[in-house]
Design a protein around this ligand. Structure first.
Ligand code: ARG
Length: 582
């Protein structure tokens, strides 16, 4: 609907250029907004105000000319000029109804399949395996998952890449410690059951114990030169660590699988080639023994170009080298048309440098879009990075345990007719989804404060509120002994509330388009919250089961069923399960 009206506006602009009302060189970005105030119609455009200056015309007069130049159509019910020159559009109600009837008989709820599907490589989660996943990995993991699911719904081919950090100097100290522990006869599995503790013990020895650091360093060299014993030790470590990650992914209901792991080490054999290639292309400079690329585009405080170091003086490669090899693989081998990195915003400069250099070196052509979806930090109530009670980093697994525990307490305090088993399941779903939703509902670019009480509240833009809204629509059908399939007849927008709910439902495909394009799940969360609100007002104002007008009752059941399906689909895109009762 939105795109249709945008296309109509575009052809109005073309007409006005042809007849000389607008100068030939204007090419405005035509984009409709959704006005907050419903009395302003379904969509608003500031096009006339944008064009007033280049056209040297009064914006209201220009708005009038634009409206007059709109091609004949049956979509726009009303187009009105408001304020300094806005054009407000009200969609023809029969079009709105037609859209919802089409969504009703469509398993995809009217979300169109992409005409030219992208091959999207999405790099997300990507923890370092030396340690256990902590709260800092939450954002990348769940935002990446929500974006991946949205793109899949749109018909794009999504290739997940879990770029885990499994290579680097830290592994030397872990292997040295592991070697000793195993000599004492302990199994790797047992020792690594608590990776965090294992890491701390190794680190302590590395810092304090004479000779240990040297041994650690020599183990890294041996590992990198392919020594079988070191490799076997390392593999054990990596396997255990990955198994821990997989447990967390499964609990979080994210789609990542073992086969999505494309670790840093997988690029190892290609790193020397990258350096040779950059050298051949005349991009490399030697600086104090290290091989670097200096890009004019990125300057430091002293106005001198910043180096991207690709090989250290001692021959070692870096994070950036691996990322260059990864871009080349993703664009060149996987044929990605979009590569998305869901990574901490603090790595923004790194990615801008990698992207620019990749283009210069020809690793990704202009037809491949390279995008860093940065995100802010998770903060405690004190405004500082979120910490566990003992002041350490919070293990993600512990955080999820606590979420489930808190949700269980909350559920137990409510009077309920659920069995103990059902209650436990409700607690699990409410706990996990609260943590996820609290994160996904915030604009990813900013930091947010992690607060148990708000995220577990049944009021406001929270998971419990939406899960509950979903069960409420369901209970309507249960009460009547009906299923969605029993609904007959067509939609009739009898009152303002019917209409408001219908207009909200019709917005779903647009929201999906925005989330897919921008990689911002919070737009979907905000929408689902508004949808639940529109349903609430509708439910209060409009008799459904008690309506004596059967046609109206069927129409309202249809709107209710569409609400349930949209909530369920929307939550599923966030990787949140719905509950039939709670
Ligand atoms: N392992 C890195 C970290 O924990 C994130 C990797 C992100 N992906 C990438 N291709 N650099 O900071």
């Amino acid at each position: 609907m939105k795109q249709n009206i945008e296309a109509l506006l575009q052809s109005a602009v073309d007409t006005l250029i042809q007849n000389g009302t607008l100068p030939a060189d204007v090419s405005p970005r035509i984009q409709l907004d959704r006005p907050r105030d419903k009395s302003h119609g379904d969509f608003a455009s500031n096009l006339a105000m944008m064009l007033a200056k280049p056209a040297k015309q009064n914006p209201r007069a220009l708005a009038e000319a634009i409206i007059a130049a709109l091609p004949k159509n049956d979509i726009i019910g009303k187009a009105e000029i408001a304020g300094p020159g806005f054009i407000n559009f009200t969609v023809d109600r029969s079009q709105l109804i037609a859209q919802l009837e089409a969504a009703w008989s469509d398993a995809r709820l009217g979300v169109p399949l992409a005409e030219t599907p992208d091959i999207v490589v999405i790099d997300y989660s990507s923890p370092n395996l030396a340690k256990e996943m902590h709260v800092g990995h939450l954002r990348s993991t769940i935002i990446g998952d929500a974006v991946a699911r949205t793109l899949q719904l749109q018909g794009h081919k999504v290739i997940a890449q879990n770029h885990v950090g499994d290579w680097g100097t830290q592994f030397g100290m872990l292997l040295a410690h592991m070697e000793d522990v195993q000599k004492e006869g302990a199994s790797a599995e047992l020792q690594l059951s608590d990776l965090e503790t294992f890491y701390k013990a190794a680190k302590k020895r590395f810092d304090d114990e004479a000779g240990f650091a040297d041994r650690a360093r020599s183990l890294v060299v041996k590992l990198q030169s392919g020594d079988a014993h070191c490799k076997a030790l390392w593999m054990q470590f990596i396997e255990t660590s990955l198994a821990h990650c997989q447990e967390v992914y499964d609990r979080l209901n994210v789609q990542l699988k073992r086969s999505d792991v494309m670790a840093e080490s997988a690029y190892n054999d290609d790193l020397a080639n990258v350096v040779i290639d950059l050298e051949a292309k005349g991009l490399l400079v030697e600086d104090q023994g290290a091989k670097c690329v200096f890009l004019e585009e990125f300057k430091g405080k002293d106005d001198e170009p910043l180096p991207i170091i690709v090989q250290k003086k001692d021959g070692g490669y870096l994070y950036a080298t691996t990322d260059l090899a990864a871009v080349r693989y993703r664009a060149g081998q996987l044929n990605a048309t979009r590569v998305i990195y869901v990574v901490d915003a603090r790595q923004s400069l790194h990615f801008q440098q990698i992207f620019t250099l990749s283009r210069k070196a020809g690793y990704a052509s202009e037809s491949t879009s390279l995008e860093h979806l940065g995100f802010g930090m998770v903060l405690g109530k004190d405004g500082r990075p979120y910490k566990s009670r003992d002041g350490g980093v919070t293990k993600l697994a512990d955080l999820l345990d606590e979420a489930e525990r808190r949700a269980a307490d909350l559920i137990a305090a409510k009077s309920t007719d659920l069995s103990a088993q059902e209650q436990a399941n409700v607690a699990r779903v409410v706990g996990i989804s609260s943590v996820k939703y609290a994160d996904l509902s915030k604009n990813r670019t900013s930091d947010y404060v992690f607060d148990w009480d708000t995220m577990l509240s049944f009021e406001g833009n929270t998971a419990p509120y939406l899960l509950y809204a979903y069960t409420r629509v369901n209970s309507l059908f249960q009460k009547a002994g009906l299923t969605h399939d029993d609904v007959q007849g067509s939609i009739d927008l009898a009152t303002e509330q019917d209409e408001a709910l219908a207009a909200k439902l019709a917005q779903f495909p647009e929201i999906i388009a925005t989330v897919g394009a921008k990689g911002m799940p919070h737009f979907l969360c905000g929408y689902l919250f508004e949808l639940a609100g529109a349903f609430s007002s509708f439910y209060e104002a409009c008799p459904i089961l008690n309506s004596d007008d059967d046609a109206l009752k069927q129409s309202r059941l249809k709107l209710a069923a569409l609400t349930a399906r949209t909530l369920q689909q929307g939550l599923a895109l966030l990787g949140i399960e719905t509950l039939e009762k709670m």
